[in-house]
Write a protein of this length. Structure first.
Length: 327
């Protein structure tokens, strides 16, 4: 069992963790509290942009569904008359930035999630200096910035905070890293504007979100068909996301007979990773497809998902955004 698997088993399965996790978690907590305090006291100052900033993030390590929510927000803002853009650190990419994504941008340079968002016709800028990257979006004509996975990046001042919660795994053992999955204490949720529950059962103070993915697209020619067309068929299911089991479970629920292949989050795929040599269809997440498309085979398929949220959430977001703009 790898270290990552050992930690996951401890966080969510009650297994014994290595002893050193606990003193490191205490040290990590001190850093979190100290850093947060520097901003509260004004010793470190956040950079405020001349436009609204909406932060989408989580307080746990691993995937919770932030990217589908980011895309849904961008689409909803566009419908409301805004010109949204997304700023990201570009995790997994070699480019330090700041850089505005273009058609020639690759996952190896700017990260897989930024490439996925850009492929959905949303302007994206990446860089370790997020305020500088966000200014590139303003120069490109954007009038609202969505900070993807930016909840802990306090240097970029924000107007609205949205935290995504994994509705099935929740907060595990509720300990801070590495003794648990938390980036910040659970109490941090009391300070955000919206809590989005992805799957599972939303609590009274949370907005329920579901991921809809009933269509697959061929990596080679873009042709599409329904996931249901694979019902009862043996396929390889590939996922290099924070919680691969969510992807596998969604396919199994639609009757697909799958052989699961879980890879580390943001894994840089090579052709040999998918050389199964049996001719069976290969279904993968949309995030993984952006990395595999350069060497794709005709029987490889992407399974895009769309975030479903209640209209009341968008109405509340719109009201809060308008209030911030006219404050």
């Amino acid at each position: 069992m790898s270290l990552a698997e050992t930690l996951q088993a401890g966080w969510y399965g009650g297994k014994r963790l290595p002893w050193w996790c606990y003193p490191l978690a205490t040290f990590y907590r001190a850093i979190v509290v100290f850093r947060r305090g520097l901003y509260r006291l004004g010793w470190l100052r956040a950079v405020r942009l001349p436009c609204p900033v909406i932060v989408v993030g989580n307080i746990t390590a691993g995937g919770t569904g932030k990217t589908p929510l980011t895309l849904a927000l961008a689409d909803a803002l566009h419908v409301r008359g805004y010109r949204p853009g997304v700023v990201s650190r570009g995790y997994g990419g070699s480019e330090r930035g700041p850089i505005l994504l273009g058609k020639a941008s690759t996952p190896a340079e700017v990260g897989d999630e930024p490439c996925l968002i850009y492929a959905n016709a949303v302007p994206v800028a990446v860089g370790r200096d997020r305020p500088a990257a966000a200014r590139l979006l303003l120069d490109a004509g954007c009038d609202v910035v969505i900070a993807d996975d930016g909840l802990q990046h306090y240097r970029l001042a924000r107007d609205i905070e949205i935290c995504v919660v994994d509705g099935e795994r929740r907060f595990g053992n509720a300990r801070l890293l590495p003794a648990g999955p938390l980036r910040e204490p659970v109490q941090r949720l009391q300070q955000v504007d919206f809590r989005i529950c992805n799957g599972g059962h939303a609590q009274a103070d949370e907005v329920s979100m579901g991921l809809r993915g009933g269509t697959v697209r061929a990596l080679c020619d873009g042709g599409s068909k329904s996931v249901a067309s694979f019902a009862g068929e043996r396929v390889h299911a590939v996922a290099a996301i924070g919680h691969p089991q969510r992807f596998f479970a969604s396919l199994a629920a639609q009757g697909v007979d799958l052989i699961p292949h879980a890879f580390p989050d943001h894994h840089a795929f090579a052709p040999e990773d998918l050389a199964f040599d049996d001719g069976l269809p290969v279904l993968m997440t949309e995030k993984d497809a952006v990395k595999c498309r350069p060497f794709a085979q005709p029987h490889w398929w992407s399974v895009p998902v769309t975030a479903d949220l209640p209209a009341s959430f968008y109405d509340a977001l719109w009201t809060k955004l308008q209030a911030k703009e006219h404050a």
